[in-house]
Design a protein around this ligand. Sequence first.
Ligand code: CAA
Length: 385
Amino acid sequence: MRLDLTPEQQMIQATAREFADSQIRPIAAEIDREARFPHETVKRMGELGFMGITIPEAWGGSGADTVSYVVALEEIARACASHAVIMSVNNSLYGAPLAQYGTDAQCQRFLRPVASGHAQGCFALTEPQAGSDATNQATLAVLDGEDYVVNGRKRFITTGREAAFALVFCQTDRAKGHRGISAFVIEKGTRGFTVAKTEDKLGIRASDTAELVFDDCRVPRANRLGEEGQGFKIAMSAIDAGRIGIAAQALGIAAGAYERSVAYARDRKAFGVPIGEHQMVQWMLADMAVAIDGARLLTLRAAFLKDAGRPYATAAAMAKLFAAETAMKVTTDAIQVHGGYGFIKEYEVERAFRDAKITQLYEGTSQIQKLVIGRDLLRGGHDRA
Ligand code: CAA
């Protein structure tokens, strides 16, 4: 695995950093406070090629590699975790399975607008009773002539309200359990498809998290992605890659909070000296720096393995687990370094702390990552570089 970024990866990183600092960071506190989806900056991210950064150029994406995706996401997340998850879901959970399993006609219609950033896609797997236990799908799609009739509800769907297209997982043959799950693209505006509510959240408040309801919703057979019964594999392989994106998001949240802590430790004086001169503050900063470097290396390794066409699911779970735990620990200590000033909104670490929490929950909780890693280790199939 190479540690140096290529000139192209460096250019993408610099573009993302400049954009995040100049366009996203100035609005991050306001959109968090107002729980407002950042249409203008997401549109601009589309123009810069970030909303389809990993999607093939043939379908309007940027065709960049996973390492580029990771370094760009880290930069975006440093400024605002909501923008990062919007970008991550569009690429990993919606765009990538479309590019991999879609027919040319499906990609033309359902992927091109999303890859070019003109519209967003979302990934609808989770249901009220199917979170970690994702095989426990209840949404049903029954073939009737040339349409499937879909009934059910999906919960906690990132970008669910804003997305023009939803990749929805449904049972087409209940008797077969997870082998009877199929994937469909359902367009916003289809009769019987409604957004029931948007959640009021602790963190990533500028990204919308919605409940989607399907009530006798007729979906053309041509909207089925892959074969009947292939849906759960499609979902799991999308999430494997998605975990690299969430690792990068967690890494960016941690890195942003760490940078603010170092700056504060240089400026803030206590007992007559900058607080950074006190050993207990130095220790916290040192622990943060080591954990962030570890998270970055694990995340880049998972990205490298994916780019090399090698197995990466366990490496992605390791990266996501470690980066999420790091984000929570680093943002907790960042507030500690800031003292009472960390507990108010002015210094941004309070938002980072709230945003960090979701990285331990979505795309598989930290406990699910340990389950995935543990099972793979016992099978002797660890995909380490
Ligand atoms: N790739 C391909 N197939 C996979 C797979 C993978 N990574 N992991 C499992 N499978 C297949 C298995 O091979 C098996 O298929 P067969 O029986 O045909 O061989 C099938 O899936 C079921 O696997 P298990 O028997 O291991 O099922 P399980 O119920 O014991 O465990 C799980 C499955 C690992 C817990 C899985 O349900 C899981 O990852 N849960 C977490 C769900 C999750 O991450 N949800 C995220 C929602 S999206 C989101 O969060 C987006 C957002 O908001 C940003």
